[in-house]
Design a protein around this ligand. Structure first.
Ligand code: KE4
Length: 427
């Protein structure tokens, strides 16, 4: 495959963009080598600047549940743009998108639109602290909630599990307000709440983890966290930026029937444009300005283009059988990949829920961060590049999710499985 122009652009990018990218994962550090530059996308496929075409199973890290440049989304955004891109004045579309979120996500009565998942989680945490008048935040090791200062922490040593920063620029004192615990371990959660419960404002987690690969909650884990947080007066925050509208139309909370106090959304509700949102019961949300004292604001929050893209995406996604069809396509692909791996004698551990999945190069099981990070990332990297050669773009990291869209067809699935067969043969 020819990457000549991508290489040329990569050199130019590194002259002016930090690391050549505007988000680290795009630099392909997880798989080695240099990234290609994309020129366009249409439906399930993208084309790079050298004319190479790939089936896309990253879909902009989740937002493009209808694939690239869906006509309904393009028309809606174009029509909105002709009327003006931003006003900083209330518009009807913000109401309509908020109404759809309230209707679809069971625990949400009121919502605030923002511009990214990071902004949404940051705001939800500030609200939880303002509402409970407590400082401590609990997060799950391996979950990612955007680059929020207080959440870029890893498990500290010892029983206190006080967070230590994973990034320079975060004061130790700040990280110390974040406690960490392993996923799928209710005993660890109980011990942590026994020790700190009276000072814990909230527990935030990805109900289905998508940022250490895809890891599913063990039975009754989410229920257990719900009971525990109620017992200690802490808010339960589901970060559904990735799982929202993918694990189910109503998110993981609908699929697993566990209602959080606050929900964070993003990705799909923006249809590829910058949108985030946080929401919950009115009694909590009305603590946010201008109704309540917890301040949060944003110049472009709820802007006409992003709300148009989100509404158009939900128009199609809520159509009869669409979400189920995406789930069925992903099952077909994952079942095929599993069979090929077994045939080739390559140990993999597969996870899948709704329209997101993962194939760990790992004997299994993978139930938490410690187990996930035992995966054979070198083998994943080799698989990634062989799949790219076969015209299939997977996440350039073992610790990300694979996504499916409504416009991937049997043709794409067959091509992906053909590429995988060739890839497994040389792993
Ligand atoms: P953004 O600020 O990137 O819109 O959202 C942050 C975020 C919050 N919560 C969850 C569960 C997320 O997965 C994310 C962002 N996801 C990553 C991919 N795992 C985005 C890709 C990137 O960082 O470039």
């Amino acid at each position: 495959m020819d990457f000549a122009y991508s290489k040329d652009l990569w050199a130019q990018a590194n002259n002016v963009l930090v690391g050549g990218v505007n988000s680290p994962v795009r630099a392909f550090k997880g798989v080695g080598g240099d990234p290609f530059f994309v020129a366009s996308g249409r439906g399930p496929r993208i084309t790079d600047v050298d004319g190479n075409e790939y089936i896309d199973h990253v879909l902009s890290w989740g937002p493009l549940v209808l694939g690239h440049a869906h006509p309904h989304v393009v028309d809606a955004v174009t029509e909105a743009l002709r009327k003006g891109s931003s006003f900083g004045i209330p518009t009807e579309a913000e109401i309509r998108l908020a109404e759809r979120i309230v209707e679809l996500v069971p625990s949400i009565e009121k919502v605030r639109l923002v511009n990214s998942g990071t902004e949404a989680t940051m705001s939800a945490i500030r609200l939880a602290r303002g509402y409970t008048k407590r400082d401590l935040v609990v997060k799950v090791e391996g979950c990612y909630h955007g680059h929020v200062d207080g959440l870029l922490v890893k498990a500290g040593s010892g029983l206190t599990t006080l967070g230590v920063p994973t990034s320079p620029g975060i004061p130790e004192s700040y990280a110390a307000c974040t406690l960490t615990m392993p996923y799928n371990d209710l005993d660890a959660a109980r011990a942590l709440f026994e020790a700190h419960g009276a000072n814990i404002a909230c527990l935030i987690l990805e109900p289905v983890v998508g940022n250490m690969g895809v890891i599913l909650p063990e039975p009754s884990y989410l229920d257990g966290l719900r009971e525990l947080t109620i017992e200690h007066g802490a808010l339960l925050i589901f970060d559904e930026v990735m799982t929202g509208f993918r694990v189910a139309l109503g998110g993981a909370q609908a699929r697993y029937r566990v209602m959080p106090d606050l929900t964070v959304l993003g990705k799909v509700i923006g249809g590829g444009l910058p949108v985030g949102a946080y929401g919950g019961p009115q009694e909590i949300m009305d603590h946010v300005s201008p109704v309540g004292p917890v301040y949060q604001a944003g110049t472009l929050s709820g802007n006409p283009l992003a709300t148009a893209a989100g509404l158009a995406t939900l128009d199609i996604l809520e159509g009869p059988g669409v979400a189920q069809g995406i789930e069925d396509s992903l099952k077909t692909l994952c079942d095929g990949l599993g069979a090929l791996a077994r045939e080739a004698g390559v140990p993999v551990f597969q996870t899948r829920v709704g329209s997101m999945a993962c194939m760990f190069f790992h004997e299994g099981p993978v139930r938490n961060y410690a187990e996930a990070t035992q995966s054979d990332t070198a083998r994943y990297a080799k698989f990634f590049w062989k799949m790219l050669e076969g015209g299939v773009y997977l996440a350039p990291s073992q610790y990300e999710a694979m996504f499916m869209s409504s416009v991937h067809t049997d043709r794409e699935i067959d091509q992906a499985l053909t590429a995988a067969k060739a890839a497994f043969a040389v792993l």
